[in-house]
Design a protein around this ligand. Structure first.
Ligand code: F58
Length: 829
């Protein structure tokens, strides 16, 4: 505010004393020592790796916050449109390594730390992942923050500051066990803003009354108030001073909620109950991927976060003194899935009830990104639940629906089936609010995340809406990944080798420059260096496997990796059945023939949602197969099966660069995009995959001769499912039958444990078409083995693929959103 700014005459004293952060190695060391001795109150006699990590992070944080301040000042001064990216998940991973690289000071830090007695890798390894997300959707949000800052867009992320992120996974006796992930003990990357708070209401009643200007409006008087406190996380761009803000809200009891009377009279428990209830809202991330469980606490989280964020956005807008009709020129809000859809309703409430404006739906503010067509993942909330928790919002939802259905009726008179189909309220028992429909009606653009997926939503879940709103409302923005984290940070040696051929690090800001690599595909020396780097990355992973699982794997074997959330649609079961088939085949061979086979290491990783029983059985089977195969003397190095515990972002950074082949094998039409497929190819691995999600566009870019595609096409999936359902007994692929017989014969532990998995294929219609795809999957793996035998050619395929991956940068993706959805230009630095 104006009152808080320093008067002109004293400003010189400020500017001359401005702290500008370290600029060289000596400065850096001084800052680290200062933080160890003062901020941490320790000394050189008491400085372990954890203290060195803390102090290094604080030194970098000091620099970041300077850039952050300047960026915010520049954006405020420019007074242009801002992007607000609303996401319930931001899967950021580690920050220190990223800050060092984006700021261009990793070498300085490395030398400085060495002089102080530490190795930089050890220090980086101390950091706890910021794991505020489930999987692809959350990681996409993190890549977008990196790209928006790198491209100098004025952008804010808004999310929730969960006290517990995604659980940590332990594997005990082959089973997944969940352990809470309390990550906030020491988090140098956030700035609590105890002065930035918003009071959020829940429950209560609605009545008619007068607003501040004497206008009659609906007034909502909440029955419970919870305070949102802002925590700011600076997010630096690469090679630019732009540092954007990720604002995460934390819930606490509204002041005055703590009941001293109860406390003094000895009723301690109920006096803290209110406080606990408030804090519960931001306590924990829901660990389901692609499943909507319809829990009240989840809607509470959503409204709490959306209301606090909108209040903040509106407050910032009003400070500029503009009139409301300029709001759409100043604000673009992207809804990451339907989780923030209540923002549409909340904005309407602010405009109509609080600001007293006329009802107007035609504001082009919201864009909605859809990430799934799976019906079980589409959010629906019981009308009664919304009515109880947010009574005024339910009225507004009914109003939005009424206006919408009236316009549909006038466009298509008499089509009552259509009205029933598209109504935001599903007339079921109980009635439900269809959040995806609300998001479509309330947004000016709806995008899918890969071409196939964007086409599919137009012909399936949103078909009627295309008829009503026209094609233009629906668009595609194929996902991308940030090459800073997923190449430069994760694979420094490859990044350096590439830079030496494509004209330096510029390619990290314009990934299409990778195409210069094509010139070196036939360069023997280059291929050799390339192969050496892959081998070194595999050695590193092999060491990790040895140290965590005590299993020896041969780094010269083909590393075949599938790491992602465990889900039937992603088909880890197809992979493990394939592994069993390979094992049976090897066992049936004579020793001479066996020697000719390509050695393989099958590596799995990923978490199952705690309540997803079938996914947990899949993990169990993988581990059981591993414990049989890995100690079979007939097999030796020919096949190893590894399940890596607790897959997360920082482990992905180690695993992805070490892969020869990765698996992206979802049933066609089920994986909206996938983003790890892009990361694997970018790191010089080939992929085996179905014609699904972004695999299709990867094929278009890199050429079909460089990818191993198999399986049915999405247009055939429905028919196949119908055919299964109509048959008495589903005829299963003969090779798969042998696999099932081995499991049921007890080869991999108690067969009972896997009855449900087998039954899903044999007796319940094989919804994910495991049997239909099995033979072509096995055959394609044979082609992989054959291709891998010719190492020179294999490496050429890898290099060619990397050279053609420019399209999959999240920078391209953000530029497409900026132009096609947000209508915003970057801010000159
Ligand atoms: C993922 N969705 C898609 N959802 O499955 C994947 O194909 C896509 O590449 C990615 O989004 C990015 O677009 C996803 O990760 C979740 O984890 C949700 C979490 C909250 C509950 C519903 C699922």
């Amino acid at each position: 505010s104006v009152e808080a700014s320093i008067p002109e005459p004293q400003r010189e004293a400020w500017t001359k004393n401005e702290f500008s952060g370290f600029k060289n190695k000596d400065d850096f060391e001084r800052e680290v020592v200062r933080h160890v001795e003062t901020t941490l109150a320790r000394s050189l006699y008491n400085c372990d790796q954890s203290a060195a990590y803390s102090a290094s992070s604080l030194a970098f944080r000091d620099r970041l916050i300077k850039d952050w301040n300047k960026t915010q000042q520049r954006q405020t001064f420019a007074d242009q449109k801002r992007i607000y990216y609303l996401s319930l998940e931001f899967l950021m991973g580690r920050a220190l390594d990223n800050a060092m690289l984006n700021l261009g000071f990793k070498d300085v830090a490395k030398e400085g730390l060495a002089e102080l007695g530490f190795q930089i890798e050890d220090i980086i390894g101390q950091e706890h992942d910021a794991a505020l997300g489930n999987g692809g959707l959350g990681r996409l949000a993190a890549c977008f923050l990196d790209s928006m800052a790198t491209l100098n867009f004025s952008a804010w992320g808004y999310g929730l500051r969960y006290r517990y992120g995604i659980f940590k996974q332990e594997i005990i006796d082959g089973y997944q066990v969940e352990v809470p992930d309390y990550w906030l003990d020491f988090n140098p990357w956030e700035f609590p803003r105890h002065d930035v708070t918003v009071d959020i209401q829940f429950y209560g009643n609605v009545r008619k009354g007068e607003n501040e200007n004497g206008k009659t409006v609906s007034i909502w008087e909440g029955g419970e108030t919870v305070t949102a406190v802002a925590y700011d996380v600076p997010t630096p761009g690469y090679d630019t001073p732009s540092t954007n803000n990720l604002r995460l809200w934390s819930s606490k009891a509204a002041s005055g909620e703590f009941d001293f009377q109860k406390f003094n009279s000895g009723d301690y428990e109920s006096s803290v109950a209110d406080q606990q209830r408030a804090e519960t809202i931001s306590a924990v991330l829901y660990p389901n991927d692609n499943l909507d469980r319809g829990k009240e606490l989840r809607v509470k989280q959503q409204y709490f976060w959306v209301a606090a964020s909108l209040y903040d956005i509106v407050r910032r807008f009003k400070k500029s003194g503009r009139s409301w009709n300029e709001f759409p020129d100043q604000v673009a809000i992207q809804l990451n899935d339907t989780h923030p859809t209540l923002a549409i309703v909340e904005l309407q409430r602010i405009l109509v009830d609080v600001e007293g404006l006329e009802w107007d739906e035609a504001w082009s503010i919201f864009g909605y990104t859809n990430h799934t067509v799976l019906p079980e993942a589409l959010e629906k909330w019981p009308v009664g639940l919304i009515e109880h928790l947010l009574p005024r919002h339910l009225q507004i939802i009914y109003d939005i629906n009424l206006f919408f259905l009236q316009s549909v009726e006038s466009q298509f008179p008499g089509d009552s089936d259509l009205l029933t189909r598209v109504s935001i309220i599903e007339e079921s028992q109980p009635k439900m609010v269809r959040m995806a429909y609300l998001a479509v009606v309330g947004s000016h653009k709806v995008n899918g995340v890969a071409e196939l997926h964007s086409d599919l939503i137009k012909t399936t879940i949103f078909k009627d809406f295309v008829t009503i709103f026209g094609e233009d409302k629906f668009t595609n923005v194929t996902n991308g990944v940030t090459p800073r984290r997923w190449l430069h940070q994760a694979n420094p040696r490859l990044s350096e080798l590439i830079a030496s051929k494509v004209g330096g690090n510029e390619y990290l800001k314009d990934l299409t420059l990778l195409n210069k690599l094509e010139l070196f595909v036939d360069d023997k020396e280059f291929r050799k260096e390339w192969a050496e780097i892959k081998y070194a990355n595999k050695v590193r992973l092999a060491k990790y496997i040895k140290s965590t699982l005590n299993i020896n794997v041969n780094p010269a074997a083909l590393f075949d990796v599938q790491v992602k959330r465990i889900h039937e649609y992603k088909r880890q079961q197809l992979n493990i059945y394939g592994v069993i088939h390979r094992y049976l085949t090897l066992k049936a061979m004579g020793p001479e023939e066996r020697k000719k086979q390509q050695p393989r290491v099958s590596i799995f990783g990923g978490k199952a949602a705690p309540g997803y029983w079938m996914a947990k059985q899949i993990i169990h089977l993988i581990n059981n197969v591993g414990s049989v195969v890995n100690k079979d003397p007939d097999i030796g190095d020919l096949l190893k099966v590894i399940f890596l515990e607790d897959y997360n972002v920082s482990k992905a950074e180690m695993i992805i660069p070490a892969s020869d082949l990765s698996e992206h094998i979802s049933t066609a039409g089920t994986e909206a995009s996938g983003t790890s497929n892009m990361k694997f190819v970018l790191n010089g691995g080939l992929i085996i995959g179905t014609c699904d999600g972004a695999n299709i566009e990867i094929t278009r870019e890199i050429g079909q001769e460089n990818i191993f595609l198999f399986g049915v096409l999405s247009e055939d999936v429905e028919d196949l499912r119908h055919a299964h359902a109509s048959k008495e007994q589903h005829v299963i692929d003969p090779a798969l039958t042998k696999v099932f017989e081995a499991i049921q014969g007890g080869m991999f532990g108690n067969p009972q444990d896997f009855n449900a998995m087998i039954s899903a294929v044999r007796d319940h219609g094989d919804f994910y078409l495991v049997s239909d795809d099995f033979q072509s999957y096995i055959d394609t793996h044979s082609s992989v083995d054959e291709a891998y035998r010719n190492q020179e050619e294999w490496v050429s395929m890898c290099i060619r693929s990397v050279a053609r991956m420019g399209f999959f940068s999240s920078d391209r993706c953000i530029n497409e959103y900026a132009e096609g959805i947000w209508n915003i230009e970057p801010l000159a630095v």
